[in-house]
Design a protein around this ligand. Structure first.
Ligand SMILES: *[C@@H]1O[C@H](CO)[C@@H](O)[C@H](O)[C@H]1NC(C)=O
Ligand SMILES: *[C@@H]1O[C@H](CO)[C@@H](O)[C@H](O)[C@H]1NC(C)=O
Ligand SMILES: *[C@@H]1O[C@H](CO)[C@@H](O)[C@H](O)[C@H]1NC(C)=O
Ligand SMILES: [Cu+2]
Length: 325
């Protein structure tokens, strides 16, 4: 039965776990500014689809799949902002959103990003806010609600902050605050020598530029994913993070640092109600410093991952690239 043994060995070789899956054909994430109107419409339609899919995770207050991704952000705001996990967590959250659009809503593209430098200081004129091929315009000066665009009638079930209330998507565009998304500020962060200085730099000016420049729901550190433009903003920040990492890839995908818990009462973060447990920061870290073993909690939407899993965007788990605009 020699043939049998040979077949068995061959089968064994085929089935042997190959944990080193090389990323040979990375997905291309493109700038919104470079999408054509058909591509923009496909993305906006897929987002509307997610907003119409019923929730399935049982997270408090979330009515739709779109809300559930917002809930994942709301429930652990204190464990994912002003901490070492800030950039890795939002990287995984962008993937969760992209995956939901593709697998649940038939979207065939990849998560686009908002190249904010192009609009810094003049968000009010950005094509992102186009009423037909964009996210709709500014909030009404009386109600704050957006009144144009595909999301004008969406009812957020979560927010503001930790609240669970029905309300519109609101915005208050500030060109002055949007100036913080400038190329000068991005370049300043890209020049930082290590993660311990690059991450707070990215979280401060470029991150604050997008949130403050759009305003309304977006300026709320807890419930900001209620405005779908959040995903374009954070995918851009992920690009900035990667652009920094790629300057010294081996070193900058191989280590992390930071604190585990955001201090109470940070600007932009409403007080955490008693019903939301204060994160212990014990999500895989042995002490009070963020490590590569830190667990990123996806609340059952998709498997939890560690920070190590998401440090390289062309690694064994992630496989995408950013196309320059
Ligand atoms: C929003 O609702 C109004 C009033 O029902 C309707 O006229 C409008 O077309 C709706 N807009 C969208 C984008 O669905
Ligand atoms: C990255 O470089 C710094 C500075 O040389 C060094 O302290 C650190 O250990 C390096 N980290 C990794 C993962 O190589
Ligand atoms: C995901 O991580 C959280 C926080 O560490 C943990 O409580 C939860 O049980 C994990 N979920 C799964 C499915 O492993
Ligand atoms: Cu966030």
């Amino acid at each position: 039965m020699a043939w049998f043994r040979e077949v068995a060995i061959f089968a064994l070789l085929l089935c042997a776990p190959t944990n080193a899956q090389p990323c040979t054909n990375p997905a291309k994430r493109r700038a919104w500014h470079t999408l054509n109107n058909i591509e923009k419409t496909e993305y906006l339609d897929a987002e509307l689809c997610l907003m119409n899919k019923p929730a399935r995770l049982g997270l408090p207050g979330a009515k739709t799949r779109f809300d559930e991704l917002q809930a994942i952000h709301q429930l652990q705001a204190y464990a994912t902002h002003h901490v070492g996990a800030f950039l890795p967590f939002h990287r995984l959250m962008m993937l969760a959103h992209e995956t939901a659009l593709r697998t649940e809503c038939g979207y065939t593209g990849y998560q686009p990003y908002w190249q904010e430098q192009l609009d810094a200081g003049k968000f009010s004129q950005s094509v992102l806010f186009d009423p037909v091929y964009g996210f709709g315009g500014d909030g009404s000066r009386t109600t704050g609600c957006i009144t144009t665009g595909p999301f004008a009638n969406y009812t957020n079930s979560l927010g503001p902050g930790y609240e669970i209330t029905n309300h519109c998507i609101n915005r208050r565009i500030s060109d002055a605050m949007s100036a913080r998304s400038s190329q000068a500020n991005v370049g300043n962060c890209l020049a930082k020598p290590d993660f311990g200085t690059a991450w707070p730099c990215i979280e401060d000016a470029p991150h604050g530029g997008g949130h403050g420049g759009v305003g309304g729901q977006m300026i709320n550190g807890v419930s900001s994913p209620g405005d779908p433009i959040f995903y374009l903003h954070h995918t851009w920040l992920d690009k900035v993070f990667w652009d920094w990492q790629a300057r010294d890839r081996a070193n900058r995908t191989g280590g992390i640092t930071g604190t585990n818990i955001m201090p109470d009462n940070r600007r932009g973060f409403p007080p955490r109600p008693a019903s939301i447990p204060k994160p212990t920061g014990a999500d895989g870290d042995p002490g009070t410093v963020t490590t590569l073993g830190h667990v990123l909690n996806m609340y059952g939407n998709s498997p939890n991952k560690t920070i190590a899993d998401v440090m390289d965007i062309q690694g064994e788990f992630l496989c995408y690239q950013y196309v320059e605009p």
